[in-house]
Design a protein around this ligand. Sequence first.
Ligand code: DCP
Ligand code: MG
Length: 407
Amino acid sequence: MSRSTSPGRWSRIIVHADMDAFYAAVEQLDRPELRGKPLLIGGTGPRSVVATASYEARPFGVGSAMPMGLALRKCPQAIVVPPRLARYAEVSDRIMSVFATFSPLVEALSLDEAFLDLTGAEGLFGPPEEMARRIKGAVREATGLTVSVGVAPNKYVAKVASDIRKPDGLCVVPPDGVRAFLDPLPVSRLWGVGKHGEERLQDMGLRTLADVAAADPAWLERRLGSMGPHVHALAQGIDPRPVVPDREAKSIGSEVTLDDDVVGRAAITPHLLREADRVGRRLRRAGLRAGGVRVKLKTTKFQLLTRQTALHPPTSSGDVLYREALRLLDAFDLGVPMRLVGLAAYDLADAAAPVQGELFGQEGRERQQRLDQAVDALRSRFGKAAVRRGSEIEDEGPERQPDRMRD
Ligand code: DCP
Ligand code: MG
């Protein structure tokens, strides 16, 4: 059967869906009096940062990760709303269930975004644009919220496409339109490059993706190392990575490409702590315990290094993951600069299942569980910054160390 689809043949149909101003949109949904108003979601403490800003606040130049104080100076009329993570997780579950009605291949990247592989699903949902419309409609119906959707032949292009017409965006990039779509975009649109990489590309006189695509690959590799072939492929719209469904996921991981490369143990540990906390929360939310933890580092030369260890007993505690991850750090050569720090929990099992051979230490484990639950509850009421661990406080050095609470 030859279907003459004029926009070129779709080898794959990949959708990227990303909720608009997610935390802020949920607050406006639940509290109608906040609709149409500039909102900053976050705490108000001296170290608080903005989790997200409603679209009404964004013209003032505020957004995610900005210190709250600065955001309030830029947009003094904004209403500050503390985050309610448990509620966002609940809405997220509903969104992911909607996605699951479109494809068995759904890969969630965070609470509010996912890739869907809809290759071969035209018979069910129509051509790509119709697929996107249906997904947006179904999310709106299930949650009352808007989602921006990009459809393209691969993940990278779909992700850029979902972002480009936000909010409530719908952007389809057919196979023969990929180059024209990417060409004029700035190099900041490249994936996994970070601020440093972006500056290096600028220094090399490369401003747009067309510049990168047209550059000599050997020269790119000489100047950028293994980042060269990576950016050259992306700039041409080439990205063969598959959509990996989470339900089959054998691990729960979290990682960040850092804005600034880090060297040495002391610079890496704060990132590891954050990732361990995040993975612990995700384990607890999913009702799982991990029988192993893995640390992943990527050097600035794109060399991927991993070390892992089994956990006895299995755990869902961020503290325990962090402690074991710290021990794993000893097995790395930390003298080279790193661009990515990640942590994954693997060997996952239902947290309700009994742990074999664990009679002793039960009490300590329950105490740790209660502590973790209390931290989760506080953070969902007051934001991540509300509760900090002793190890985070130590990282600041003695001059800023507050009085310790006695245990
Ligand atoms: N988030 C956060 N801290 C960040 C970035 C995001 O806590 N540095 C949270 C708040 C966001 C949610 O994750 O609402 C989703 O992140 P997005 O990057 O998708 O941002 P939004 O959904 O808020 O806005 P957009 O419409 O740009 O997607
Ligand atoms: Mg979003």
